[in-house]
Design a protein around this ligand. Structure first.
Ligand code: CP
Length: 360
Protein backbone atom coordinates (compact mmCIF):
# COMPACT_ATOMS: atom_id res chain seq x y z
CA UNK A 1 0.00 0.00 0.00
CA UNK A 2 1.45 3.41 -0.93
CA UNK A 3 1.79 5.88 1.96
CA UNK A 4 -0.88 8.63 2.15
CA UNK A 5 0.19 11.84 0.39
CA UNK A 6 1.11 14.67 2.76
CA UNK A 7 -1.47 17.45 2.19
CA UNK A 8 1.36 19.98 2.52
CA UNK A 9 3.03 18.66 -0.65
CA UNK A 10 0.45 20.68 -2.60
CA UNK A 11 1.76 23.93 -1.12
CA UNK A 12 5.11 23.73 -2.91
CA UNK A 13 5.63 26.76 -5.13
CA UNK A 14 2.39 28.47 -4.09
CA UNK A 15 1.88 32.01 -2.79
CA UNK A 16 0.41 32.50 0.70
CA UNK A 17 -1.79 35.58 0.88
CA UNK A 18 -4.61 34.52 3.22
CA UNK A 19 -5.43 31.50 5.37
CA UNK A 20 -8.47 31.19 3.11
CA UNK A 21 -5.97 29.99 0.44
CA UNK A 22 -5.55 26.75 2.44
CA UNK A 23 -8.07 23.94 2.42
CA UNK A 24 -8.99 22.26 5.70
CA UNK A 25 -6.49 19.39 5.26
CA UNK A 26 -3.66 21.79 4.41
CA UNK A 27 -4.46 24.04 7.36
CA UNK A 28 -4.53 21.14 9.82
CA UNK A 29 -1.34 19.61 8.42
CA UNK A 30 0.45 22.98 8.59
CA UNK A 31 -0.46 23.44 12.26
CA UNK A 32 0.54 19.82 12.97
CA UNK A 33 3.95 20.43 11.39
CA UNK A 34 4.32 23.69 13.34
CA UNK A 35 3.67 21.76 16.56
CA UNK A 36 6.27 19.20 15.54
CA UNK A 37 8.81 21.95 14.85
CA UNK A 38 7.93 23.61 18.17
CA UNK A 39 8.87 20.37 19.93
CA UNK A 40 12.39 20.87 18.57
CA UNK A 41 12.54 18.62 15.52
CA UNK A 42 14.20 21.17 13.29
CA UNK A 43 16.43 19.58 10.70
CA UNK A 44 17.99 21.88 8.12
CA UNK A 45 14.88 21.98 5.98
CA UNK A 46 15.81 25.29 4.34
CA UNK A 47 19.51 24.56 3.82
CA UNK A 48 20.79 26.65 0.90
CA UNK A 49 17.51 28.58 0.64
CA UNK A 50 17.24 32.37 0.80
CA UNK A 51 14.23 34.36 2.03
CA UNK A 52 13.93 37.98 0.87
CA UNK A 53 11.74 40.05 3.22
CA UNK A 54 10.48 43.37 1.88
CA UNK A 55 9.12 45.72 4.55
CA UNK A 56 7.23 48.90 3.72
CA UNK A 57 6.38 49.25 7.45
CA UNK A 58 8.07 48.54 10.79
CA UNK A 59 8.00 45.24 12.67
CA UNK A 60 9.38 43.59 15.78
CA UNK A 61 7.89 40.07 15.75
CA UNK A 62 7.46 39.47 12.03
CA UNK A 63 10.99 40.40 11.08
CA UNK A 64 12.64 38.63 14.00
CA UNK A 65 10.59 35.44 13.80
CA UNK A 66 11.11 35.05 10.03
CA UNK A 67 14.82 35.77 10.33
CA UNK A 68 15.32 33.46 13.32
CA UNK A 69 13.16 30.72 11.81
CA UNK A 70 15.01 30.76 8.48
CA UNK A 71 18.35 30.55 10.32
CA UNK A 72 17.13 27.69 12.52
CA UNK A 73 16.19 25.72 9.39
CA UNK A 74 19.60 26.29 7.81
CA UNK A 75 18.60 29.07 5.40
CA UNK A 76 19.37 32.78 5.18
CA UNK A 77 16.99 35.73 5.41
CA UNK A 78 17.59 39.19 3.90
CA UNK A 79 15.78 42.22 5.37
CA UNK A 80 14.93 44.97 2.87
CA UNK A 81 13.36 48.18 4.22
CA UNK A 82 11.74 50.11 1.37
CA UNK A 83 12.88 53.72 1.29
CA UNK A 84 15.56 53.07 3.92
CA UNK A 85 18.50 51.63 2.03
CA UNK A 86 16.24 50.10 -0.62
CA UNK A 87 14.75 52.13 -3.51
CA UNK A 88 11.21 53.36 -3.07
CA UNK A 89 8.94 51.10 -5.13
CA UNK A 90 6.04 51.90 -7.46
CA UNK A 91 3.19 49.40 -7.85
CA UNK A 92 0.67 51.24 -10.04
CA UNK A 93 0.40 50.40 -13.72
CA UNK A 94 1.09 53.00 -16.37
CA UNK A 95 2.20 55.84 -14.11
CA UNK A 96 4.81 58.39 -15.10
CA UNK A 97 7.49 57.63 -12.53
CA UNK A 98 8.67 61.17 -11.88
CA UNK A 99 7.91 61.05 -8.13
CA UNK A 100 9.65 59.50 -5.13
CA UNK A 101 9.67 55.88 -6.38
CA UNK A 102 12.79 54.88 -8.33
CA UNK A 103 11.83 51.36 -9.30
CA UNK A 104 8.68 49.46 -10.29
CA UNK A 105 7.60 46.12 -8.85
CA UNK A 106 7.66 44.79 -12.42
CA UNK A 107 11.47 44.83 -12.33
CA UNK A 108 12.20 44.70 -8.59
CA UNK A 109 10.24 41.52 -7.85
CA UNK A 110 11.61 39.32 -10.67
CA UNK A 111 15.12 40.57 -9.82
CA UNK A 112 14.68 39.61 -6.16
CA UNK A 113 13.37 36.22 -7.28
CA UNK A 114 16.67 35.61 -9.13
CA UNK A 115 18.45 35.86 -5.75
CA UNK A 116 15.83 34.46 -3.37
CA UNK A 117 13.90 31.17 -3.21
CA UNK A 118 11.07 32.71 -1.16
CA UNK A 119 9.85 36.29 -0.97
CA UNK A 120 7.78 37.97 1.73
CA UNK A 121 6.21 41.41 1.84
CA UNK A 122 4.60 43.69 4.42
CA UNK A 123 2.60 46.68 3.22
CA UNK A 124 -0.07 48.33 5.38
CA UNK A 125 -2.80 50.48 3.85
CA UNK A 126 -1.63 54.09 3.44
CA UNK A 127 -4.92 55.66 4.55
CA UNK A 128 -6.04 56.86 1.12
CA UNK A 129 -9.02 55.39 -0.76
CA UNK A 130 -10.31 52.15 0.81
CA UNK A 131 -11.92 51.13 -2.50
CA UNK A 132 -8.40 50.88 -3.94
CA UNK A 133 -6.57 49.75 -0.81
CA UNK A 134 -8.94 46.81 -0.25
CA UNK A 135 -7.64 45.36 -3.54
CA UNK A 136 -4.28 44.89 -1.76
CA UNK A 137 -2.39 46.28 -4.78
CA UNK A 138 1.13 45.87 -3.39
CA UNK A 139 0.90 42.27 -2.17
CA UNK A 140 -1.06 41.39 -5.31
CA UNK A 141 1.57 43.10 -7.46
CA UNK A 142 4.32 41.14 -5.73
CA UNK A 143 2.38 37.90 -6.20
CA UNK A 144 1.70 38.63 -9.88
CA UNK A 145 5.35 39.33 -10.65
CA UNK A 146 6.99 36.73 -8.42
CA UNK A 147 7.97 33.36 -9.92
CA UNK A 148 8.86 32.14 -6.41
CA UNK A 149 6.46 31.69 -3.48
CA UNK A 150 5.32 34.96 -1.92
CA UNK A 151 4.36 35.20 1.76
CA UNK A 152 2.06 37.96 2.97
CA UNK A 153 3.61 39.45 6.13
CA UNK A 154 0.57 41.79 6.51
CA UNK A 155 -1.32 43.62 3.82
CA UNK A 156 -4.40 45.84 3.80
CA UNK A 157 -6.71 42.86 4.20
CA UNK A 158 -4.83 40.00 5.82
CA UNK A 159 -2.12 39.03 8.31
CA UNK A 160 -2.25 35.29 7.67
CA UNK A 161 0.94 34.32 9.52
CA UNK A 162 -0.50 35.99 12.63
CA UNK A 163 -3.72 34.05 12.03
CA UNK A 164 -1.84 30.75 11.88
CA UNK A 165 0.04 31.56 15.11
CA UNK A 166 -3.23 32.56 16.76
CA UNK A 167 -4.85 29.26 15.86
CA UNK A 168 -1.86 27.22 17.01
CA UNK A 169 -2.10 29.06 20.35
CA UNK A 170 -5.83 28.36 20.64
CA UNK A 171 -5.22 24.68 19.87
CA UNK A 172 -2.51 24.50 22.55
CA UNK A 173 -4.57 26.27 25.22
CA UNK A 174 -8.10 24.96 24.55
CA UNK A 175 -7.14 21.50 23.23
CA UNK A 176 -10.47 21.06 21.40
CA UNK A 177 -11.62 24.52 20.24
CA UNK A 178 -14.63 23.23 18.27
CA UNK A 179 -17.91 24.64 19.60
CA UNK A 180 -16.20 27.08 21.97
CA UNK A 181 -16.77 30.85 21.87
CA UNK A 182 -14.20 33.19 20.29
CA UNK A 183 -14.83 36.91 20.81
CA UNK A 184 -13.04 39.40 18.60
CA UNK A 185 -13.31 42.56 20.70
CA UNK A 186 -12.70 46.00 19.22
CA UNK A 187 -10.89 48.27 21.65
CA UNK A 188 -10.07 51.94 21.83
CA UNK A 189 -6.67 53.17 20.61
CA UNK A 190 -5.06 56.55 19.97
CA UNK A 191 -4.67 55.74 16.27
CA UNK A 192 -6.86 54.29 13.52
CA UNK A 193 -5.21 50.91 12.96
CA UNK A 194 -5.51 48.54 9.96
CA UNK A 195 -8.05 45.71 9.80
CA UNK A 196 -5.70 42.94 8.63
CA UNK A 197 -5.22 41.38 12.08
CA UNK A 198 -8.91 41.35 13.08
CA UNK A 199 -9.80 39.97 9.64
CA UNK A 200 -7.29 37.13 9.88
CA UNK A 201 -8.07 36.38 13.55
CA UNK A 202 -11.79 36.11 12.80
CA UNK A 203 -11.23 34.01 9.67
CA UNK A 204 -8.96 31.51 11.37
CA UNK A 205 -11.21 31.25 14.44
CA UNK A 206 -14.11 30.38 12.15
CA UNK A 207 -11.99 27.77 10.36
CA UNK A 208 -11.26 26.05 13.69
CA UNK A 209 -14.94 25.31 14.31
CA UNK A 210 -15.35 27.94 17.02
CA UNK A 211 -18.48 30.06 17.39
CA UNK A 212 -17.48 33.60 16.51
CA UNK A 213 -18.73 36.83 18.09
CA UNK A 214 -17.59 40.16 16.66
CA UNK A 215 -17.93 42.96 19.21
CA UNK A 216 -17.44 46.49 17.97
CA UNK A 217 -19.17 49.89 18.09
CA UNK A 218 -21.43 50.82 15.20
CA UNK A 219 -19.34 52.20 12.35
CA UNK A 220 -16.53 49.68 12.82
CA UNK A 221 -17.87 46.97 10.51
CA UNK A 222 -15.23 44.80 8.84
CA UNK A 223 -14.90 44.80 5.06
CA UNK A 224 -17.86 43.12 3.25
CA UNK A 225 -15.49 40.67 1.51
CA UNK A 226 -14.25 39.39 4.86
CA UNK A 227 -17.77 39.28 6.30
CA UNK A 228 -18.79 37.13 3.32
CA UNK A 229 -15.85 34.79 3.93
CA UNK A 230 -16.73 34.57 7.64
CA UNK A 231 -20.34 33.68 6.81
CA UNK A 232 -19.21 31.07 4.26
CA UNK A 233 -16.89 29.49 6.83
CA UNK A 234 -19.70 29.43 9.42
CA UNK A 235 -22.24 27.95 6.98
CA UNK A 236 -19.81 25.27 5.80
CA UNK A 237 -18.68 24.26 9.29
CA UNK A 238 -22.04 24.70 11.08
CA UNK A 239 -20.76 27.33 13.51
CA UNK A 240 -22.32 30.65 14.51
CA UNK A 241 -21.37 34.20 13.56
CA UNK A 242 -22.76 36.97 15.77
CA UNK A 243 -22.24 40.72 15.81
CA UNK A 244 -22.65 42.67 19.03
CA UNK A 245 -22.39 46.38 19.73
CA UNK A 246 -22.13 45.76 23.49
CA UNK A 247 -18.75 44.55 24.72
CA UNK A 248 -19.97 43.17 28.06
CA UNK A 249 -22.72 41.09 26.46
CA UNK A 250 -20.28 39.66 23.91
CA UNK A 251 -17.81 38.61 26.63
CA UNK A 252 -20.40 36.47 28.46
CA UNK A 253 -19.25 32.84 28.36
CA UNK A 254 -16.26 33.51 26.06
CA UNK A 255 -13.42 30.97 25.92
CA UNK A 256 -11.16 33.33 23.93
CA UNK A 257 -11.08 37.11 24.13
CA UNK A 258 -9.08 38.48 21.21
CA UNK A 259 -8.63 42.24 21.66
CA UNK A 260 -7.79 44.44 18.70
CA UNK A 261 -8.37 47.99 17.68
CA UNK A 262 -9.05 49.01 14.12
CA UNK A 263 -10.07 52.15 12.29
CA UNK A 264 -13.53 52.72 10.85
CA UNK A 265 -13.47 51.79 7.16
CA UNK A 266 -16.35 54.24 6.61
CA UNK A 267 -13.93 57.06 7.42
CA UNK A 268 -10.78 55.51 5.92
CA UNK A 269 -8.64 58.40 4.73
CA UNK A 270 -10.63 60.98 6.74
CA UNK A 271 -8.60 61.21 9.92
CA UNK A 272 -10.70 63.88 11.63
CA UNK A 273 -14.02 62.08 11.13
CA UNK A 274 -12.55 58.74 12.20
CA UNK A 275 -11.01 60.25 15.33
CA UNK A 276 -14.31 61.90 16.27
CA UNK A 277 -16.12 58.56 16.04
CA UNK A 278 -13.36 56.67 17.88
CA UNK A 279 -13.17 59.20 20.72
CA UNK A 280 -16.76 58.24 21.73
CA UNK A 281 -15.65 54.70 22.55
CA UNK A 282 -12.90 55.05 25.15
CA UNK A 283 -14.70 52.57 27.41
CA UNK A 284 -13.99 49.74 24.98
CA UNK A 285 -11.10 48.27 26.97
CA UNK A 286 -10.58 44.71 28.25
CA UNK A 287 -10.39 44.77 32.04
CA UNK A 288 -10.81 42.35 34.94
CA UNK A 289 -14.58 42.86 35.09
CA UNK A 290 -14.88 41.94 31.43
CA UNK A 291 -12.71 38.83 31.80
CA UNK A 292 -14.82 37.80 34.83
CA UNK A 293 -17.80 37.44 32.48
CA UNK A 294 -15.97 34.82 30.40
CA UNK A 295 -15.90 31.07 30.92
CA UNK A 296 -12.31 31.08 32.20
CA UNK A 297 -11.36 32.69 28.89
CA UNK A 298 -7.85 33.32 27.65
CA UNK A 299 -6.78 36.80 26.58
CA UNK A 300 -5.15 37.19 23.16
CA UNK A 301 -3.58 40.08 21.27
CA UNK A 302 -1.19 40.10 18.31
CA UNK A 303 1.14 42.72 19.91
CA UNK A 304 2.32 45.42 20.05
CA UNK A 305 -0.32 46.41 22.61
CA UNK A 306 -1.01 49.69 24.40
CA UNK A 307 -1.32 48.93 28.12
CA UNK A 308 -4.30 50.48 29.89
CA UNK A 309 -5.76 51.65 26.59
CA UNK A 310 -6.53 48.34 24.86
CA UNK A 311 -6.26 46.12 27.96
CA UNK A 312 -5.51 46.77 31.60
CA UNK A 313 -2.28 45.72 33.32
CA UNK A 314 -4.44 43.47 35.51
CA UNK A 315 -5.46 41.33 32.52
CA UNK A 316 -2.21 41.49 30.56
CA UNK A 317 -0.18 40.44 33.60
CA UNK A 318 -2.62 37.67 34.60
CA UNK A 319 -2.30 33.95 33.81
CA UNK A 320 -5.18 34.37 31.33
CA UNK A 321 -2.92 36.31 28.97
CA UNK A 322 -1.27 34.17 26.27
CA UNK A 323 0.16 37.01 24.17
CA UNK A 324 3.79 35.90 24.46
CA UNK A 325 2.88 32.34 23.45
CA UNK A 326 1.11 33.78 20.40
CA UNK A 327 4.26 35.68 19.46
CA UNK A 328 6.41 32.56 19.94
CA UNK A 329 4.09 30.62 17.69
CA UNK A 330 4.83 32.99 14.83
CA UNK A 331 8.21 31.29 14.69
CA UNK A 332 6.82 27.75 14.51
CA UNK A 333 4.04 28.33 11.99
CA UNK A 334 6.29 30.34 9.67
CA UNK A 335 8.95 27.62 9.72
CA UNK A 336 6.31 25.08 8.77
CA UNK A 337 4.97 27.40 6.07
CA UNK A 338 8.38 28.13 4.54
CA UNK A 339 9.31 24.45 4.49
CA UNK A 340 6.04 23.62 2.73
CA UNK A 341 6.23 26.44 0.17
CA UNK A 342 9.88 25.58 -0.57
CA UNK A 343 9.01 21.88 -1.01
CA UNK A 344 11.30 20.91 1.86
CA UNK A 345 8.99 18.94 4.13
CA UNK A 346 10.54 16.69 6.78
CA UNK A 347 10.68 13.03 5.82
CA UNK A 348 7.98 11.06 7.62
CA UNK A 349 9.32 9.15 10.62
CA UNK A 350 9.88 5.53 9.54
CA UNK A 351 7.87 2.95 11.47
CA UNK A 352 9.98 0.42 13.39
CA UNK A 353 10.44 -2.83 11.41
CA UNK A 354 8.34 -5.75 12.57
CA UNK A 355 10.30 -8.86 13.51
CA UNK A 356 8.91 -12.37 13.01
CA UNK A 357 8.34 -14.56 16.00
CA UNK A 358 10.37 -13.60 19.03
CA UNK A 359 9.53 -13.66 22.68
CA UNK A 360 6.79 -11.91 24.58
N1 CP B 1 2.10 40.97 15.44
C1 CP B 1 3.00 41.50 14.58
O1 CP B 1 2.90 41.33 13.37
O2 CP B 1 4.02 42.16 15.18
P1 CP B 1 5.05 43.12 14.42
O3 CP B 1 4.24 44.23 13.81
O4 CP B 1 5.98 43.60 15.49
O5 CP B 1 5.75 42.34 13.38
Amino acid sequence: MSPARNPLAGLEGRHFISTQDLNDQELKALLDLAEELARGRHGKLLEGKVLGMVFFNPSLRTRTSFEAGTFQLGGHAIHLAVGQGVWKLEHRDGVVMDGAASEHLKEAVPVLARYCDLLAVRCFPSGSDWKEERKDPVVTGFADHSPVPLINMESSLYHPCQGLADMLTVRQKLKRPGGKKFVLAWTHHPKALPTAVPNSAALIAGRSGMDLALAHPKGYELDPLVMRQLQENADRLGTTLEISHKLDDALDGAHVVYAKSWGSLKHHGNEAAEKKLRSRHRKWIINGDGMARTDGGIFMHCLPVRRNVVVTDEVLDSPASVVVDQAENRLHVQKALMAALAGRLPRPATAPKRTRGGGS
